[in-house]
Write a protein that binds this ligand. Sequence first.
Ligand code: SER
Length: 314
Amino acid sequence: MIKTLIIGAGGQIGTELVLELRKIKGNDTVIAADVKDYCPPLLVNGPYVKIDALDREGVRDYIISNEIKEVYLLAALLSATAEKNPDFAWKLNMEGLFTILDLAKEGHISKIFWPSSIAVFGPTTPMDNTPQHTIMEPTTVYGISKQAGERWCEYYFNKFNVDVRSIRYPGLISYKSFPGGGTTDYAVDIFYKAKAGKQFTCFLKEDTALPMMFMDDAINATIQLMEAPAENVKIRSAYNLGGISFTPKAISEAIQKVIPEFEIVYQPDFRQVIAESWPNSIDDSYAEKEWGWKHQFDLDTMVKVMLENIKVEH
Ligand code: SER
């Protein structure tokens, strides 16, 4: 019985990943960990432990004494928040990773998942159908930390045979948990306003295309990658993952097909510059070729599921 620990379980990806992994592996073997004192309400169907990803000794003690074999390290500051607190973002996004990579190097952990992001790309990257291997000159603290993290993951794999796997997630859209502090968050916020019958003020310009993905697809990809035979996982930095690509205008029009009176206005802020430095769309053919990735949700299907499921307080 392999024990799995998800650090950052209370976040947007963590919440849904814990729920899905528990369905597959059983509630008791999937341990949710977060910095909050109490277990998030959605995750009370299994074990919860309070862990600060920056507490290297605390993390080491917990993992070694509980014989944890698989770790998903999701605790991080996202792009917009990281720009406001660069020192802390760098510390959180990097130090936690070294703690886990070192535990694997010492033989305590057998498999690691660590998320990367489209933020590893920058203004000099080819923007359309961005290739897996290309120019990467990220301009945000978040992007720099993810790119450095990718290099370290590959280094630990090459030098110490650490089985670490990663995905460059696009913007993720979900209704069970909220995103926190990202540049792609508008594509979640918009649904809450639409469903509440309110006008939405978008912090990006109407024609800013970004790669996005519905959370179910992202969770499936993550589990598929983690379950793939090690020899199929040839890329040990992080895999490009595409999904859908749309602009604020396109998503608002998709919402208007369901809610015709929905209105959007545009007030771009500092996040516009970040969005412009990221790709419009992603080439994910390596993920497809090497471990069978295929996304399921297109824009209209995702909009329908989001509007059906999000709950708005009136
Ligand atoms: N969704 C993230 C962000 O906007 C990108 O990885 O920061």
